[in-house]
Ligand binder design. Structure first.
Ligand code: N01
Length: 548
């Protein structure tokens, strides 16, 4: 069928009233669709991209890879899917994850309920009908009883507006919106701006191709080696055979990840210096994000945190030969773990190459982009390509990009002007029947996203089923429950070191964005229990209503 014909067919559906609209066809939207269909409700996903995948559809930059191990970064809901699917590496690459999601979409025949290349622009709640009117950029109007935002935590790129950007004669790329064709940087000079996960993953790969790479670093990350490689078939088999046991451990961890046996449940502050070094060295050799759980006080106690940060800095200095570069790479001014820890393959080694130069923007900030490159306080760096690996308007960006209007004409943008307020990160008061999957105020990005996504999808599914069985027309968070939840999220965050870092968790990467902790940092286990208890107590903190 041609795209046009498909579009026309889709437009024919625009007058339909449906039960559920889901916005976004990434990991969360696809699973939500699967579950809503099981309830026998009518459902449609609206997706801006031309295919499924969400973050894995857009982020196609060289080296893009998940930093949660592939066996754990997988859906758990289908035994058959798990048995059939084979991951090839310890950490899956973006193309492989995208293949997986396409496989899931095909296996469960999800595409027939997905409308691609369509963006939701407006969502208005009609109080009398207790329905959401959804408007798209194709000028369609869709009426749905429930609207579920599966819009992702990191889906709206940070806007970059450097002086002179439009005059640059070379190519400009964004890691978050990478072209679908492969880009060959052979013989080219490349600037990469940004040294978060996307920069750290792409720089070593680009350096193997390019004539020269100039890395512009504003803040150094802490990065732990991935030790990626082919997935050991014995590990895979054992994981598949003993899946229930692994799953129990995953659901019993605060991070939604099965941690290795070397994780210490002791505080670093009670360990001797030798014990600390031994634990850190073991974790460094194992590799991966669980380094930050080497001791149980690293995210709470500055003194403890410094021992881990110092260990990583010593590793960086041992790898990087040029002392000035090593100094720049170890000039973190925040506790390790309080900005997202990165996982790398050869990132620090890459600075030993003759064709890689690190520019420390704290010493020479970018003054402007010129026709030929990047002008800093001290130099002009002539390049053919500029890659922005500059991050996202995280957690709230995608939700606030839609004009969402709830009860009494209340606008989400206005309600959240001082920061997002939610109950459980699932709903927000005055916006009945509007659900968020891994919304702000839930553990989301501080956990294995797939675990948190599945937990939210299953909670929402159970809720929809409950409403239907008990003949309720709407559900809404109460203001009291929401205020108490926001206070709890802030209180827990304030007991940790998270607020001391200028991270995107705190909204600090976007000028003018309110500085509040947008993540529930109390861990997956505690959060999961709270969500279960709320249901057991008859949806405590929610108001369930019948139309007349
Ligand atoms: O973005 P980031 P990212 N001039 O915000 C710098 C997930 N992810 O795309 O820190 C110069 O981390 C900025 O500096 P600063 C993961 O959760 C997952 O790399 O603001 N520099 C920073 O260095 C991750 O945390 C995977 O001072 C500017 C960098 O750009 C999240 O996505 C893979 C600048 C942005 O780093 C975001 O990662 C990739 C400017 N104007 C990403 N503005 C997985 O493996 C910003 N910077 C699952």
């Amino acid at each position: 069928m041609s795209n046009l014909q498909e579009k026309l067919n889709q437009n024919d559906k625009s007058s339909e009233k449906i039960d559920v609209i889901i916005v976004g066809a990434g990991f969360s939207g696809l699973y939500m669709l699967y579950r809503v269909r099981e309830l026998g409700m009518t459902v449609r996903i609206i997706e801006a991209a031309a295919g499924v995948g969400g973050t894995w559809y857009w982020n196609r930059y060289p080296g893009a890879r998940c930093d949660i191990e592939s066996l754990q970064y997988s859906y758990s809901f289908s035994d058959k899917l798990r048995e059939e699917w084979h991951w090839s590496e310890r950490y899956a690459s973006q193309p492989e994850i995208l293949n997986y999601l396409n496989y899931v979409a095909d296996k469960f025949d999800l595409r027939k309920d997905i409308q691609f290349q369509t963006r939701v622009t407006t969502a208005n709640f009609h109080e009398t009908l207790a329905r959401w009117n959804i408007q798209t950029d194709n000028n369609e109007q869709i009426s749905a009883k429930f609207c579920i935002m599966a819009t992702g935590c990191l889906s709206v790129p940070k806007k970059i507006d450097l002086k002179g950007m439009d005059t640059f004669k070379g190519n400009i790329y964004y890691t978050s919106q990478w072209p679908h064709t492969s880009i060959d940087f052979t013989g080219q000079r490349v600037a990469v701006i940004g040294t978060g996960s996307s920069g750290i993953q792409s720089i070593p790969i680009i350096a193997q191709q390019a004539d020269h790479v100039y890395v512009f670093q504003q803040t150094p990350s802490f990065s732990i080696p991935a030790h990626n490689g082919p997935l050991d078939t014995k590990v895979e088999q054992s994981w598949k055979i003993n899946y229930d046991e692994h799953r129990r451990k995953v659901l019993g961890s605060s991070f939604g990840v099965e941690v290795n046996d070397m994780i210490s449940d002791k505080p670093a502050t009670t360990a001797t210096s030798e014990e600390q070094q031994e634990v850190y060295e073991t974790q460094w050799q194992i590799g991966g994000l669980t380094f930050i759980f080497s001791f149980n006080d690293l995210l709470f106690n500055k003194e403890a945190n410094t021992t881990a940060a110092d260990f990583v800095s010593s590793k960086i200095r041992a790898i990087v030969k040029d002392p000035m570069t090593a100094e720049s790479l170890t000039s973190q001014d925040y506790p390790i773990g309080c900005k997202r820890v990165c996982i790398d393959t050869n990132y620090y080694d890459t600075y030993n190459r003759n064709n890689v130069t690190l520019i420390n923007l704290r010493k020479e900030n970018i003054e402007e982009i010129t026709t030929i490159g990047i002008k800093t306080k001290n130099n002009i760096y002539q390049v053919d390509n500029i890659i922005f690996a500059t991050g996202f308007d995280a957690m709230t960006g995608a939700l606030l990009n839609i004009n969402i209007q709830g009860r009494s004409g209340n606008k989400l943008k206005e309600k959240w002007i001082k920061g997002p307020c939610t109950y459980l990160g699932i709903m927000t008061a005055d916006f009945p029947n509007l659900f968020m999957i891994t919304g702000p105020g839930s553990p989301s990005v501080l956990t294995n996203m797939i675990v948190s996504i599945e937990q939210h999808v299953e909670w929402i599914t159970e809720c929809l089923d409950y409403l239907r069985k008990h003949h309720y027309d709407s559900i809404e968070a109460t203001n009291e429950a929401e205020d108490a939840w926001v206070n709890q999220v802030n209180a827990i965050a304030n007991a940790t070191l998270f607020p001391t870092a200028n991270s995107w968790y705190m909204g600090a990467n976007i000028p003018g964005k309110p500085r509040v902790c947008m993540v529930y940092v109390g861990g997956f286990v505690a959060y999961h229990k709270i969500c279960q208890d709320i249901v057991a107590n008859g949806y405590e903190g929610f108001q369930l209503m019948k139309n007349n």
